[in-house]
Write a protein that binds this ligand. Sequence first.
Ligand code: VAH
Length: 318
Amino acid sequence: MNKQILIIGACGQIGTELTLKLREINGNNAVIASDIREGNDELMQSGPFEIVDAMDKNSIEKILDKYAITEVYLMAAMLSATGEKFPAKAWELNMTSLFNVLNFAKEKKIKKMFWPSSIAAFGPTTPKENTPQETIMEPTTVYGISKQAGERWCEYYFNNYGVDVRSVRYPGIISWKTNPGGGTTDYAIEIYNNALLVGKYDSFLNKNTKLPMMYMDDAIDATIKIMDAKPEDVKIRSSYNLAAMSFTPEEIALEIKKFIPDFKISYHEDFRQRIADSWPQSIDDSRAKEDWGWQPKFDLHKMSENMLNSLHKKFENS
Ligand code: VAH
């Protein structure tokens, strides 16, 4: 049977680029984009789009039936910083949307699904350096609690109902095509934009806040790679650790200065500092490498070069 893919949350930071990449690989009409509201022009002009509320089972089922969907990428979620402002809503959105799609998979309405976890599923008692795949997980944000709970449910649905759900724990993801979506790692996106637009950036995290990060191209590659892996190779059905690099705001500022020598950074931490301090500083992703051949391509220098060149072109054409 042909692959028919539905992306729920297709207009978000990852969803947008995941949709475009999947369309490049599978053909525009094999990938249905959906979200609670329309997305940017590039996304909307690249193939079929449907308004879907990830919390409304019926609105999802209508699209599964209309397009004979075979697999779903569930990318809709409320992230860490926004989740701390609206804890009840974050829990409700992140969990209801997951149960909706897990249950469609249990009912065999779809064959396979992807659901993103995050390094936010770890907490302040987790070993901070080279965080193992299996370790202490006591997340202190609503977003992190929803990701840890979601991982448990994914593994439960695999073990008890044979649901083919696959997941990775994304680090902070950096990209230039869409605006960041209310995360704590958003500083690492804003800093490149501000470096080009105003030559300075006031970081809401202090200069020594080391966090695991990844360029969007690597995140998309990992997502598609785990979904294309043979079922027997996906040995972890909670969620895989995933890593590419770790850096601090001071280190990213020094890298930007190699391209924009007059760039200036200042630091005024806000409520997001407490969230960042609860997360690991580096991640051991050896299981993803062993089980399904994960391999990142972007380090801080290559990412900075790509970000600044791409943003420069974007601003020139806007
Ligand atoms: C956030 N970008 O900051 C997300 C991510 C590890 C962080 O999950 O909430």
